[in-house]
Ligand binder design. Sequence first.
Ligand code: AMP
Ligand code: MG
Length: 324
Amino acid sequence: MKTVVTESPAEASRFIRDGGIVAFPTETVYGLGADVFNEFSIAKVFAAKERPADNPLIAHVARVSQIERLAGEVPLAALKLIERFFPGPLTLVLPKADEVPPIATAGLETIGVRMPGDPLTREFLSACSSPVVAPSANISGKPSPTTWQAVLEDLDGRIDCVLKGEPSQHGLESTVVDCTSDTPIVLRPGAITLEQLREIITETAPYSGDESGEARSPGMKHKHYSPRANVALGEIDEAGKVSLLQAQAFSDDPSECAFIGIHSPTEEFALEKIVGTLEEYARELFEFFRQCDRVGIATVICESVEEKGIGVAVMDRIRRAARR
Ligand code: AMP
Ligand code: MG
């Protein structure tokens, strides 16, 4: 299959309407979309990504009114979160409407719904006539793509079209909040933080990366975000020396290692990325993983950061990437 690369949201949307699959930019990461009501197209998304069949997709809407056809009911808590955070990097898990084919939600009775804020994404979604289900536009298990070039690295020849846009603003997948019970529960941390959610609904329960959290969101149990290189969590002492947080059985020879973090190490690494803020850490992390793979780095050392605000999401992605 030839993959068409276009800057035109209208052209990209024609592929969706014709039953094709299209990668498109959003403010979180690039997504791989199909018409939510076309189960054949959705099957192509799972095949192109080699995604496990039990990993549900998120439905993306251009307008709040489209949620009616996706969700059987919108609980009060969800309405409040929609009012405050839509459009934006937040996915709400709601009871699924019967019309949505089971393949979209991996057989779950719930559906994740998000309204992206990126203007190009909005233009594309508006032109698609139906909501678009989309997981991240990478081969399953790899770091999510934050540029159109990274999408092609994984999916060139496997998908119909890539809508070319800017690098993703946040760089990490959306915050996922389960709104099917009275207390909203954060299933996946992201750019919308627990602190922000609690300003609207005080009882919002924090993310727990343990098995109870993973059971509610089946996709989270799968291997995620991993470059070919090993990923290790590290700390920097006052002298600027890096140490690994767990004793690990792989290379810590700086010439084979890369480093990403907020402090500058004294040792020379083969590749280094020093970020100024946690937001920048989030934005750069996945692209840095991919850069490391392009040059054959053995181990990527990621500086551990405080788990506050978006630091929770950054540490979640690093820990998952470090799992083997
Ligand atoms: P991706 O866009 O590739 O990050 O995948 C979407 C992720 O959103 C899944 O792996 C789940 O963790 C989460 N998700 C989507 N739909 C649901 C749902 N109905 N219930 C719980 N979690 C969901
Ligand atoms: Mg993904």
